[in-house]
Write a protein that binds this ligand. Structure first.
Ligand code: GLC
Length: 545
């Protein structure tokens, strides 16, 4: 099977399954749940970073790229996991954080001591004037993107938290270090790689940003980006075409991504892009709320589909990950129509042209965290933004309401396995609170229901494995002007597949020539295939001929 036929499951290791009662998930815990994942049918597990880290940003702040973080077990535990997964035909994908390291990394520590070799691993610059940063760029987690080091009388760049110093990819030694790290993990049996914010590694100019202050136009999709990706490919994962790779692309374009993930680009297999997950950002601002703009969502999803298709390039398709609130709370209905809307959202994604990613708990319809106090939040972005919004004079209640919708912690609460204390995640105190709805929403419950969300995902995954039209067919948008229904058609040899998804609670009619079609799957028991079809709340219908 190639990556077009596979489905990836994302595990947030901190929150999946704890085996030793310390409240943090670990490898032994994951091993104990591999049978569950095999039952679901997935092919690859992507783990968020599990290398040594002070966990300011939950592992995206790496202290040592080759050391397994003891929080998650030993290197032996990890190697056992790889073996046990392999037995079940599951590959492991690692998360490579190569845009920055933690400031606790030995390279940065040497740089701080003035070691010229290691200073050149990072981006140190002189200030514009005493006490004035080199430029006006802003960190993505709030505040300036530069930090002053008095002993060096220089500033270092950190596009994320102050504890995450950006690496200098212009330095060939840095590129080589990164390729060597990938090779190290390949030698441990890792078969896939996700590259964190990888389109930000080429900082090509350090001027002030005249438009807005964050500076992203000078470091996103830079002119050397493809050269760097090709270097990584040639010197590490590309040596075996079977390795599966995905790049996380921030604020990018279809044109750029078609380059990175084109069939013959020799860079990456596929890309994550996020435009469709910003349709509820008011004026593009994450911390300002507005209802999701459905027409924009449709337009974005479909233009990425057809745009990448035209260039023979490949998308990763997804609603959820560890950085996004739960899709069901965002685009569906997480109370009355939870089951219907979870299935509808799943169908919308799983029949697209691209490799689907399922984030832990999505397959049982887990919802946003429902936190009501800032003390419940753990995420550095959320706690930073809380402070910033407070300083701007926003009311506490309003800030909490915003975090409730937007915080990354909405996705990071522990996996809900059963209705026992802490949802079966840990016997200790979980590092982040379990969602209070775990007695109603949990794996055990779904496994005992043949009509569950889990059972629906199982079917979707099975279809991708067995129906070439899903993996290899072309895609064409349908009902483009419809204001409630997201629809598309796939075609392969003499087969066709038509997917209809009502994104609203309001019912609606659609017209479609159904001659020769039969129902492949839907989320209501008594659906009928007719030229005029009445779609009920969050109804999805998938037709095949
Ligand atoms: C990516 C990760 C996110 C992390 C950031 C900085 O966006 O997905 O979790 O905070 O990069 O590494």
């Amino acid at each position: 099977m190639d990556f077009r036929q596979k489905v990836v499951y994302q595990i947030y290791p901190k929150s999946f399954q704890d085996s030793d009662g310390d409240g943090i998930g670990d490898m032994k815990g994951v091993i104990s749940r591999l049978d569950y994942l095999q039952k679901l049918g997935i092919d690859v597990i992507w783990f968020n970073p599990m290398t040594l880290s002070p966990q300011k940003d939950n592992g995206y702040d790496v202290t040592d790229y080759r050391a397994f973080d003891p929080r998650y077990g030993t290197m032996e535990d990890f190697e056992l996991l790889v073996k046990e997964a392999k037995k079940r035909n599951i590959d492991i994908m690692f998360d490579m954080v190569f845009n920055h390291t933690s400031t606790t990394h030995a390279w940065f520590q040497k740089a701080l001591q003035g070691d010229a070799k290691y200073m050149n691993y990072y981006i140190f610059k002189e200030g514009k004037a005493p006490c004035i940063a080199p430029n006006n760029w802003e960190s993505k987690f709030g505040g300036p993107a530069w930090e002053y080091v008095p002993s060096l009388d220089k500033w270092y760049l950190h596009l994320f938290d102050v504890s995450q110093a950006d690496l200098n990819w212009a330095n060939p030694e840095v590129r080589k270090e990164c390729a060597d790290i990938v090779n190290f993990w390949i030698s441990k049996g890792v078969h896939g790689f996700r590259f964190d914010v990888i389109n930000e590694i080429n900082k090509w100019s350090f001027e002030d940003d005249p438009d807005n202050f964050d500076g992203r136009q000078f470091y996103t999709d830079g002119p050397k980006e493809q050269e760097y990706l090709r270097y990584l490919n040639e010197n590490s994962f590309g040596k075996d075409p079977d390795h599966i790779t995905v790049g996380e692309m921030s604020s990018t374009t279809i044109e750029k991504c078609a380059g990175y993930a084109g069939r013959n680009s020799h860079e990456l297999d596929m890309v994550f892009s996020f435009h469709h997950l910003k349709v509820d950002y008011k004026d593009g601002k994450k911390w300002e709320l507005q209802p999701a703009d459905f027409m924009k969502l449709k337009e974005l999803l479909l233009s990425w589909q057809t745009g990448m298709q035209e260039k023979d390039a490949w998308n990763a398709v997804f609603w959820n990950c560890h950085d996004q609130p739960r899709s069901i709370s965002r685009f569906g209905d997480d109370t009355k129509y939870r089951k219907e809307s979870a299935k509808m959202l799943a169908a919308a994604i799983h029949f697209l042209r691209g490799t689907p990613y399922v984030f832990e708990g999505e397959e049982i319809g887990m919802t946003n965290a429902g936190f009501t106090s800032i003390d419940q939040y753990r995420d550095v972005e959320s706690t930073n933004i809380y402070q910033i919004l407070k300083e701007e004079g926003k009311d506490e209640k309003e800030i909490l309401h915003i975090l409730n919708q937007r915080s990354r912690d909405n996705a990071r609460t522990p996996m809900q396995w059963d209705d026992s204390e802490n949802a079966g995640f840990t016997t200790g105190t979980p590092w982040i609170e379990v969602n209070r709805n775990y007695k109603d929403i949990n794996v055990r419950k779904d496994l005992s229901d043949p009509d569950s969300i889990f059972a629906f995902y199982q079917k979707l995954i099975h279809f991708r494995h067995t129906m070439p039209i899903i993996a290899y067919g072309t895609i064409r948008p349908l009902l483009e002007k419809d204001e409630k229904v997201f629809a598309y058609e796939r075609e392969y040899e003499d087969h066709k597949l038509a997917v209809f998804c009502n994104f609203f609670v309001e019912e609606t009619d659609i017209q479609f020539n159904t001659e020769g079609y039969e129902l492949l799957i839907g989320n209501y028991a008594d659906a009928e295939v007719k030229d005029t079809m009445h779609l009920r709340p969050y109804e999805t219908l998938v037709l095949y001929k």
